[in-house]
Design a protein around this ligand. Structure first.
Ligand SMILES: Nc1ncnc2c1ncn2[C@@H]1O[C@H](COP(=O)(O)OP(=O)(O)OP(=O)(O)O)[C@@H](O)[C@H]1O
Length: 615
C-alpha cells in the first residue's frame, strides 16, 4: 500500500476485516513454582486436555477463581511461556502463533500500563507512532486514526485530559482497548475486562466489545461471573473447572446442555450464576446419585463424551495439524514497525514530556545537591593552608570523604528508574512498541542529564569555591569531572539493581550493601587485619577509593603547606598515603570509574533484556 493511501475518516472503515478462527487442541500446560531459581514444588498441570474452536464474535472463557481461564487466554494469545505447553497446539486461521501473529493481535490487561502524565490523545498517538509503519502511514493518517478511535470509544470529552487526572475506570479501559485498536487488529484478547468495575461500567465495556465483534472481530476474553445483561451478549462460552473444559459451545445452548444433564435452573436465576453453581457443586443434578465432588469431576468427562465435544474434536482432526516442534521453531524474534532511530525519537520525546510534566524528582535532586553543597561549604569553609589543620581529618580528608559519600548516596533515588515503569515496559516491549535498547537509552539520557549531571555541576561549583580549594580553573574542572564520574558510577550500580529486581524494598537492600562494603573496605576507613584481609580485593572495585584518590591528587599536587616556618609540598602527604600522583596516577582513577560505569550499565541492559515477558 502506498504512503497516504490509508487515510481513515471513520472507525468503521478499518474495523471491517473479518477476524480469524482460533483452534486449539489437547492443550496440556504445566507450571512449576520456583524460588531463588530453585524449583520448590512438583510440576502442576493447570490446563488438562483443553480443546476448542473460537470464531469471530464474542468468545467468553468463564470459570471460578483458579479454574485456569486466564492461563487458557494467555496460551491462546501466545503470552504464556511456551516451555509449559507440553502437548497441544494453537492455530490461528491454520497458522501457528508466531511473534508476528502475536503482535498483530490485541492483548488488553487491566494492569497499570498507561503513562499517567500523558493525555488520552497523546497515549493513543504514542501507540500509533510506534506501531504503524511510517512508510505506509503519514502523520495525518495517524492523527485521523486516533481521532476515529477517540470518537468510536466515546473518549472525546476526555481526549485532552491527563490519564492520572479524573478519568474514570471505564474510560481508562476504553483507552487501553483503543491503544490496541490502533493497529486495527482482527483478534482481541482481554483478561477479565470487567473485574473491579461497577456493573454499569462493566456493561459499557461489554457493549463496546460486542460492537467490535459485530464488525467481524474475534473477541476472546476471560470473565468471572457476569450479570445476565452481559452474559446474553456472548456468542460462544467455554466453561472451565480446575483446568478442564466442562462446556464449550454456543452460549445460548449451554442452559439446554446442563438441563439435559439433569440440572434445573431456578426461575429468574442468571444462567451465568447457575453454571458457576454447577461447577462449584452447589447445584445438584437430578440424574446423579454420586457425591458433589464426583459430580464436579464428572462434568469434564461428561463434556468429553458429549456429541458437542466429539464434533469439535472431529473438526480439529480435519485441520492441518502441525507438531509442537514446528510451532515453536516458527517463533522468531519480534519485528518492529519502526526503525531504531524513529523509536528513539518517539520514546525520548515521551520520557522528556514525562519529566517536564512531573519535575518534582529533578527539583528535589537539585535542591538536595545545593543544600549539601552549602552544608559542606559551611563546615569546611575556606580550608587553611597551614599544617596540621590543612591535612588532618577535620579538613581535607574529612571534607573529601563527605563529598564522595554525598555523591554516591545522594543518587539512591536512581533505583526506582526501571522498577516504577516495569509493567509499562514489559507490556509495551512485548507488544512490539519499541526495542529494549531504545527504552534503556531513552531512560538513561533522560535521567542522567537533568537528575544527575546538572545538579552535580551546581554542587561542585558551590562546594569547591566555598571550601576555598585550589584556585586554578582546570583544577575545578577536574574536581567536577571526578564528582560526576563518582556519581555516575553510583547511579549505574543503582540502575543495575533497578533492572534486576521488581520491588523497591529488595532494591534498597541490594544497593545499600555494595555501597557500604565499598566505603568500609575502600582503604581509607579500615585497615584490614589478617581476619578480613581476604576482603582487601574490594578496594579495586571501590568507587570511594577511586573518587578519593583522584580528589586528593587534584587538590594536593603542586600545593604548598606551611608549618611553623617550614614549607611542605602536598606530594609528601600523597606519598605517605601510597597514592600515585603522576599524570597517569590521576587519570587511572577516572578510567577505573568509567570502567565501573560501563560494566554496570551494560549489565543493567542485559538484565532488562532478561526480564521475563511471559505470563
Ligand atoms: N506462572 C504460574 N506459576 C505458578 N502457578 C500458576 C502460574 N500461572 C497460573 N498458575 C496457577 O494455575 C491456576 C490457574 O490460574 P489462572 O490464573 O489461569 O486462573 P483463573 O481462573 O484466571 O483465576 P483468577 O480468576 O483468580 O485469575 C492457579 O492455581 C494459579 O495459581
Amino acid at each position: 500500500m502506498a504512503k497516504g493511501e490509508q487515510i481513515v475518516c471513520s472507525a468503521e472503515e478499518y474495523f471491517q476485516e473479518r477476524g480469524p478462527t482460533v483452534k486449539f487442541s489437547h492443550l496440556h500446560y504445566f507450571v512449576q513454582e520456583t524460588r531463588f531459581c530453585r524449583k520448590i514444588d512438583p510440576e502442576k498441570c493447570i490446563l488438562k486436555d483443553v480443546s476448542g474452536i473460537m470464531r469471530p464474535g464474542m468468545n467468553a472463557i468463564m470459570g471460578a477463581t483458579g479454574s485456569g481461564k486466564t492461563s487458557l487466554l494467555d496460551v491462546l494469545a501466545g503470552r504464556k511461556d511456551p516451555a509449559g505447553l507440553r502437548i497441544g497446539s494453537v492455530l490461528v486461521d491454520g497458522r501457528a502463533v508466531t511473534s508476528e501473529l502475536r503482535l498483530s493481535s490485541a492483548y488488553v490487561v487491566q494492569d497499570d500500563i498507561l503513562m499517567g502524565t500523558l493525555t488520552v490523545k497523546e497515549n493513543l498517538l504514542f501507540s500509533a507512532n510506534l506501531r504503524l509503519n511510517p512508510k505506509l502511514y503519514t502523520t495525518t493518517d495517524k492523527h485521523s486514526r486516533v481521532a476515529a478511535i477517540i470518537q468510536d470509544l466515546g473518549l472525546a470529552d476526555c481526549a485532552n485530559t491527563k490519564v492520572t487526572i479524573s478519568i474514570n475506570e471505564e474510560k481508562k479501559l476504553s483507552l487501553l482497548i483503543g491503544m490496541e485498536l490502533i493497529t486495527s487488529p482482527s483478534l482481541l484478547f482481554l483478561d477479565e475486562p470487567t473485574t473491579g468495575l461497577d456493573s454499569n461500567t462493566a456493561n459499557c465495556i461489554i457493549n463496546l466489545l460486542h460492537k467490535l465483534s459485530r464488525r467481524g472481530k474475534t473477541v476472546i476474553f476471560s470473565i468471572h461471573q457476569p450479570r445476565y445483561s452481559i452474559f446474553k451478549q456472548f456468542d460462544h462460552l467455554t466453561l472451565m473447572h480446575k483446568g478442564e473444559v466442562v462446556y464449550a459451545g454456543a452460549a445460548d445452548y449451554a442452559l439446554d446442555y446442563f438441563t439435559n444433564l439433569g440440572y434445573q435452573i431456578d426461575a429468574f436465576n442468571n444462567p451465568a450464576d447457575f453454571f458457576m453453581d454447577i461447577t462449584n457443586g452447589e447445584a445438584k443434578s437430578t440424574l446423579e446419585s454420586s457425591t458433589d465432588a464426583e459430580c464436579q469431576n464428572e462434568l469434564a468427562t461428561k463434556y468429553q463424551e458429549s456429541e458437542l465435544c466429539q464434533k469439535v474434536l472431529e473438526e480439529l482432526n480435519h485441520m492441518n495439524q502441525r507438531t509442537d516442534g514446528e510451532v515453536k521453531s516458527h517463533d522468531e524474534a519480534a519485528k518492529y514497525a519502526t526503525s531504531f532511530l524513529y523509536q528513539m525519537r518517539v520514546v525520548c520525546n515521551r520520557t522528556m514530556l514525562n519529566i517536564l510534566r512531573n519535575p518534582q524528582t529533578s527539583y528535589a535532586q537539585l535542591a538536595l545537591n545545593i543544600f549539601f553543597a552549602i552544608l559542606v561549604g559551611l563546615i569546611y569553609y575556606q580550608i587553611p593552608m597551614t599544617l596540621p589543620e590543612a591535612l588532618q581529618n577535620r579538613y581535607c580528608i574529612g571534607a573529601f570523604f563527605f563529598l564522595i559519600i554525598n555523591m554516591v548516596f545522594g543518587n539512591l533515588s536512581a533505583v526506582e528508574l526501571f522498577i516504577k515503569e516495569r509493567a509499562i515496559f514489559i507490556h509495551e516491549n512485548s507488544s512490539g512498541y519499541y526495542r529494549t535498547s531504545v527504552y534503556f537509552l531513552s531512560k538513561i539520557f533522560a535521567d542522567l542529564l537533568p537528575n544527575r549531571i546538572i545538579p552535580i555541576i551546581v554542587f561542585s561549583a558551590i562546594a569547591y569555591y566555598m571550601m576555598g580549594l585550589k584556585p586554578a580553573f582546570e583544577a575545578f574542572v577536574c574536581f567536577a569531572l571526578t564528582m560526576c564520574l563518582v556519581s555516575l558510577a553510583g547511579v549505574s550500580l543503582a540502575f543495575l539493581v533497578s533492572a534486576s529486581v521488581s520491588s523497591f524494598a529488595m532494591a534498597n537492600i541490594l544497593i545499600a550493601l555494595p555501597f557500604v562494603f565499598m566505603m568500609v573496605f575502600g582503604g581509607y576507613l579500615v585497615n584490614l587485619n589478617a581476619m578480613l584481609s581476604w576482603l582487601s580485593w574490594l578496594k579495586w572495585i571501590s568507587i570511594f577509593r577511586y573518587g578519593l584518590d583522584a580528589t586528593f591528587i587534584n587538590e594536593l599536587k603542586g600545593q604548598l603547606f606551611y608549618n611553623n616556618g617550614t614549607i611542605l609540598p602536598g606530594e609528601i602527604f600523597l606519598k605517605a598515603q601510597g597514592i600515585d600522583y603522576s599524570m597517569w596516577g590521576f587519570w587511572q582513577n577516572q578510567v577505573a570509574l568509567l570502567g565501573i560505569i560501563t560494566v554496570c550499565m551494560f549489565l543493567a541492559y542485559v538484565q532488562l533484556r532478561r526480564i521475563n515477558r511471559w505470563k
